[in-house]
Design a protein around this ligand. Structure first.
Ligand SMILES: Nc1ncnc2c1ncn2[C@@H]1O[C@H](COP(=O)(O)OP(=O)(O)OP(=O)(O)O)[C@@H](O)[C@H]1O
Ligand SMILES: [Mg+2]
Length: 483
């Protein structure tokens, strides 16, 4: 198969330069020629050559001007300047404008070849580093966004596709499903990531203050407005603003937000001057916006404008396969945070957690795991779940979340205490776990006796950590007398 050659554009009004270089370099490069600056810019924009050799002195537009225009247009080519006698004064200017190299005329073709190779290698290296950095950044992002169920893989795909666009994203999902994590990921994976991420919780700020908070106010706009204050939109300029709980924003403010979305400008409270901002907007809600529209509590035009892309986070009960990974993640997180060494969670507890219906979603699971680690006791899971099952299930009533599946999951995986067959299951499970406990206690006692109560040795033989052996000895009340 023919290997694709690197495209090299030579821009020079002197035809001899083109001939000499074509003859010497044709074998390795796919050569394009342009005889003046304007033609050079046209060919560069159309062909995207990897390398451009650009003469400085040309009639009409000179090489420095061409370089400036190409850089402004963000043409990705590496540009090498060709300068005639006495033009070295342009070296600094060209390098400042972003030229990769400077070659003096008259040149030797071999010398040009070496320069081209070196520029090309540096450029490839830079691209690799850029790709590597991007991958690393996205991997770090994903490390804290756990879940490999098909639903979560789909969510990740959408995030990847839309993060770097300027589209307004609406994130929907029940409370605790991870909407804020997704908003932060969208920002961190976008070109705005080096700039600010501003979160405003529309439900937490009293209605009468929210407008001033978002759009700022002029001195004297209302009692207490002693000086002009910019709002969050101004502060977020060039970055991302995350409007959390957008479903709670009152109607008048919704129209002002619509205006920002459409014109990227607004007026401060009490002001007259339009303020322009360049802000990417991400919103989230756990409310049923369709229902709010029907009740005239939410503007439909705003809804369609916010809804350029919707990311729907499924409730945890619809993706119970994610539980083992989440458990592991939170175990590591809280062991590190609280300097604990709580060992792995048993299969039995994981199973229990996987049968729960999680009205508080991932946040609830995170809380359960936090308490298990802090108290170093996984057996408290059951009572925590019982307390948790009294939590009201979020009835955000998401129209697109497939309420059928949701319904099925709730009735298909109820808490054991809630179903008749569950009760049976439950007592059977209790008997099994008592039998396991008896077996475990006997085995620990036997090994401890064999090693003369050398606990370290016993933990090695039993294949459990020293810490968890001590815990079991205490829990089963094993001592040298009764073992
Ligand atoms: N996929 C996930 N991986 C790891 N942690 C998660 C995931 N989803 C949620 N969490 C954790 O659960 C908690 C709740 O998440 P988050 O605050 O993003 O939820 P939310 O959807 O914004 O909830 P609310 O509507 O109540 O504001 C956070 O501590 C978050 O770190
Ligand atoms: Mg939230």
């Amino acid at each position: 198969m023919k290997k694709n050659k690197v495209k090299l554009l030579i821009v020079d009004d002197d035809p001899k330069v083109g001939w000499i270089l074509t003859e010497g370099l044709e074998g390795q490069y796919d050569i394009l020629l342009a005889r003046d600056g304007i033609e050079g810019i046209q060919v560069a924009s159309k062909e995207n050559p990897e390398l451009i050799l650009l003469d400085i002195k040309m009639p009409g537009m000179d090489g420095i001007e061409v370089l400036r225009k190409l850089k402004k247009a963000e043409v990705p080519s590496e540009i090498i300047m060709l300068s005639g006698h006495g033009e070295t004064k342009y070296i600094v200017e060209s390098i400042q404008l972003g030229a990769a190299e400077f070659i003096n005329k008259p040149f030797d073709v071999k010398e040009v070849e070496i320069h081209l190779q070196s520029v090309l290698e540096k450029s490839h290296l830079r691209n690799k580093i850029r790709e590597y950095e991007k991958e690393l950044k996205s991997r770090n992002q994903y490390e804290s966004f756990i879940g490999d169920s098909p639903q979560m893989v789909e969510v990740r795909n959408i995030i990847e596709q839309v993060a770097d666009s300027e589209l307004t994203v609406l994130i929907r999902g029940e409370s605790g499903t991870g909407k804020e994590i997704v908003a932060r990921m969208l920002h961190n994976l976008s070109a705005r990531s080096g700039l600010s991420f501003t979160k405003v919780n529309c439900a937490a700020i009293p209605r009468e203050l929210l407008e001033a908070e978002l759009f700022g106010y002029e001195k004297g706009a209302f009692t207490g407005a002693h000086k002009t204050k910019p709002g969050r939109f101004e502060v977020a300029n060039k970055g991302t603003i995350f409007l959390d709980e957008i479903g709670d924003m009152h109607l008048e403010l919704q129209s002002k937000l619509l205006q920002v979305l459409e014109q990227q400008e607004f007026v401060r409270v009490g002001g007259i001057q339009n303020i322009k901002v360049d802000v990417r907007i991400i919103c989230a809600t756990n409310r049923n916006l369709e229902e709010a529209i029907a009740r005239q509590r939410f503007r439909d035009d705003l809804f369609y404008r916010l809804n350029e892309i919707t990311i729907l986070l499924p409730p945890l009960r619809d993706r119970l396969d994610d539980i083992p990974l989440l458990v592991d993640h939170f175990l590591k997180k809280y062991n590190a945070l609280y300097k604990k060494e709580f060992p792995i969670i048993s299969g039995e507890t994981i199973e229990k957690l996987s049968r729960f219906h999680w009205p508080g979603n991932v946040r609830q699971l995170e809380n359960v795991m936090k308490q298990i680690v802090v108290r170093e006791d996984e057996d408290i899971a059951e009572s925590l779940l019982k307390a948790g099952s009294a939590m009201p299930a979020n009835t955000g009533g998401l129209a697109h979340s497939g309420s059928g599946t949701q319904q099925q999951a709730v009735t298909g995986n109820p808490h054991p205490a809630e179903s008749e067959t569950g009760e049976k299951d439950y007592s059977l499970k209790k008997r099994v776990s008592r039998a396991i406990e008896r077996e475990e206690k006997a085995l620990i006692a036997e090994v401890l006796n064999k090693v003369n109560w050398n606990r370290r040795k016993a933990s090695e033989i039993l294949g459990v950590s020293y810490r968890s052996l001590l815990y079991k000895i205490k829990e089963y009340k094993i001592n040298e007398m009764n073992s």
